[in-house]
Design a protein around this ligand. Structure first.
Ligand SMILES: Nc1ncnc2c1ncn2[C@@H]1O[C@H](COP(=O)(O)OP(=O)(O)OP(=O)(O)O)[C@@H](O)[C@H]1O
Ligand SMILES: [Mg+2]
Length: 246
């Protein structure tokens, strides 16, 4: 039996709120653009070479490619953890490299990120890890509670809310990182190998959760090695290979 469930009734009003926000900046249909982007790390490694990509609002996109090809680098460029060496990365109409301080924080508030290495806070419980960002963003306690329960239920972790990360399996930790990324119902979700530690049933459940978010209007970008999973879905696939996106 899969651990995860999508049976829970997701609160669509949460998504509608974001949908309204999206409408305000719907003067462009591109959510993400990479224009002639080259990324060279200080050690000379260059995972992206003059790469171009356009992702439309509301799209669900898989990014595949061999280990070390540059999938995580591509996502890091989108949320500004890495800057392009050349070219422009544009998200929501903003050149990410040009954003600093508060303006970069504001953009990141609109992006949910599932990190490949989870990045959970070890001294905080599952519930605290999931709600930490909402608290930092000034959500009321009532709104946080309204979002927490359905999100934990969605990822099958209601009974682990008070556990600490080191009391969880790898797959459970991965699902906490997914819950944290989706609890704020972001208009853009970046998921770096979100099924990397899950069995096939749970991987499929996670993809269904991401698809559900997508069906409410979020743009979703998922990196994966799982070719079977990609084939099972009918979404656009971009491959990173030799610095190019094809
Ligand atoms: N901070 C860094 N400094 C130097 N080189 C880096 C850095 N981060 C990544 N790299 C190199 O850039 C290349 C792309 O790394 P990246 O993590 O984007 O690959 P990936 O496609 O996500 O791989 P995986 O499937 O294993 O997660 C690799 O050769 C890696 O060694
Ligand atoms: Mg990676």
């Amino acid at each position: 039996m899969p651990v995860l469930t999508t049976q829970v009734k997701t609160d669509k009003s949460v998504y509608r709120k974001d949908g309204e926000t999206q409408q305000r900046d719907s003067n462009t249909t591109a959510k993400v653009q990479l224009q002639s982007v080259t990324k060279t790390y200080t050690n000379g490694c260059h995972p992206l070479l003059n790469a171009n990509l356009e992702i439309k609002k509301g799209e669900f996109l898989f990014i595949t490619g061999p280990s070390g090809s540059g999938k995580s680098t591509l996502l890091k460029l989108l949320y500004g953890q890495e800057l392009p060496t050349q070219g422009e990365v544009i998200v929501d109409g903003y050149n990410v490299a040009g954003l600093r301080g508060d303006r970069l924080s504001l953009l990141r508030r609109r992006i949910g990120i599932v990190f490949q290495d989870y990045k959970l806070i070890t001294q905080r419980t599952v519930a605290e890890n999931v709600t930490f960002v909402l608290q930092a963003q000034g959500y009321t306690r009532k709104e946080i509670q309204r979002r927490l329960q359905p999100t934990l239920k969605l990822v099958g972790l209601l009974n682990k809310a008070d556990c600490f990360p080191d009391q969880l399996s790898g797959g459970e930790q991965q699902r906490v990182s997914i819950a944290r990324a989706i609890v704020g119902t972001p208009p853009l979700l970046l998921a770096d190998e979100p099924t990397g530690n899950l069995d096939p049933d749970n991987s499929w459940q996670v993809i269904q959760i991401l698809q559900k978010l997508n069906s409410f209007g979020a743009t979703v970008i998922v990196t994966t090695h799982d070719e079977q999973l990609v084939r099972r879905c009918n979404h656009r696939v971009v491959q990173v290979r030799n610095g190019q996106l094809s």
